[in-house]
Design a binder for this molecule. Structure first.
Ligand SMILES: Cc1ncc(C[n+]2csc(CCOP(=O)(O)OP(=O)(O)O)c2C)c(N)n1
Ligand SMILES: [Mg+2]
Length: 341
């Protein structure tokens, strides 16, 4: 049975922790726990990486892990591999990274280690890669996530595989043609594939086609491929409310998906579920900079504060952004990570 003890407070705290560690990996070379006011010296000399996709990954991952925590055969495939800092933050906090890398202990030293080594020569790559524990799809070249998920379900009826697909990725021929795989692979003797479209409206420097479709038209497209669309709405202007609503919708959508997968297993001819997760791109990040909208815009795709090392205003925005996650409430040097209940 899935979804038992689904705890929204624990999810919210985990999302704050993973978002904090994501931003820390992108920007910080010291003062990782923000024990002193942030200075230019704390900022990495070369700011690399992608922020915009990360908060959506952190939200989806936290909800999925909370829902499927009792299930050994649950796995997650990440399409947008450029969201590696988010994946890394989750693998770190869950202790998966520590199992393969003794430097990644869930302590202050471990935090320093993952932040310093993100996108650094001899350290961690900027994208998901074969050295990332559990990765079967790098996501550097977009499009293969859905096909990979169906491939790993082949001959494994015990498996449930959730797969996050970017809405830009959803415009690739590979992703769109993989939408037909439910007609071939869905159901016995294979596992259950749960696609999640991350509808954040943007890809690199432009809006996405799906993001500009009406809700009805997008639902009809998904239905046309033989899926049952389920909406998770995390697009409120207030980031905290957006996360609250998304978590509630996730629980409802995952319960529904579970019910549908059970019917499919019993041979009923019903359409498999397909979650559409709508969030602002760069959710919880800076809203605007110099009058230009960042959150909910393509401007959040990579480094939203590119001058944080030299510009006092950007540095202070970064400091307030990091503080907004109240990281000290979920991590203490002497206690490590802890969540509600
Ligand atoms: C096949 C392919 N084409 C282009 C790129 C370059 N690229 C990197 S990130 C990105 C945008 C991805 O947008 P989306 O899938 O919506 O992810 P988001 O960051 O919005 O979550 C693109 C086009 C790529 N990685 N792979
Ligand atoms: Mg997108």
């Amino acid at each position: 049975m899935n979804g038992l003890g689904f705890d929204s407070e624990r999810i919210k705290q985990k999302v704050r922790a993973t978002n904090y560690l994501t931003v820390a990996q992108l920007f910080l070379k010291s003062n990782f726990l923000l024990e002193n006011p942030l200075t230019f010296d704390d900022i990495k000399p070369r700011l690399l990486g992608h922020w915009g996709t990360c908060p959506g990954i952190n939200l989806a991952y936290a909800c999925l892990k909370e829902y499927f925590k009792t299930e050994e055969n649950f796995s997650f495939v990440l399409g947008p591999g450029h969201g590696f800092p988010a994946l890394q933050a989750n693998l770190f906090i869950d202790g998966d990274l520590e199992k393969v890398d003794e430097n990644a202990k869930r302590s202050e030293e471990g935090i320093i280690y993952i932040c310093k080594n993100f996108s650094f020569p001899g350290g961690f790559p900027s994208h998901a890669s074969p050295v990332t524990p559990g990765v079967i799809c790098e996501g550097g070249e977009l499009g293969y996530a859905l096909g990979t998920a169906y491939g790993s379900a082949l001959g494994h009826p015990e498996k449930t595989i959730a797969v996050l697909i970017g809405d830009g990725e959803f415009e690739t021929a590979t992703a769109l043609s993989s939408m037909n795989l439910n007609k071939i692979i869905g159901g016995s003797p294979n596992g259950s594939v749960l696609p999640i479209l991350h509808l954040n409206g943007y890809k690199i420097s432009a809006p996405t086609i799906s993001g500009r479709k009406s809700e009805r038209e997008l639902n009809e497209l998904i239905r046309g491929f033989g899926f049952k669309p389920l909406l998770v709405r995390g697009d409120n202007e207030d980031s905290n409310l957006a996360i609250d609503y998304a978590i509630k919708d996730f629980k409802v959508a995952l319960d529904k998906a579970d019910e549908i997968f059970r019917k499919i297993k019993h041979g009923e001819a019903v359409n498999p579920p397909f979650i559409i997760m709508k969030t602002d791109k760069g959710l919880t990040g800076p809203e605007e900079l110099n009058g230009v909208k960042i959150r909910g815009n393509f401007k959040s795709h990579q480094i939203p504060l590119p001058l944080a090392k030299t510009d006092e205003k950007e540095l202070r925005i970064l400091e307030n952004w990091l503080k907004s996650y109240r990281f000290s409430e979920v991590f203490r040097k002497e206690r490590g990570f802890f969540y509600a209940k």
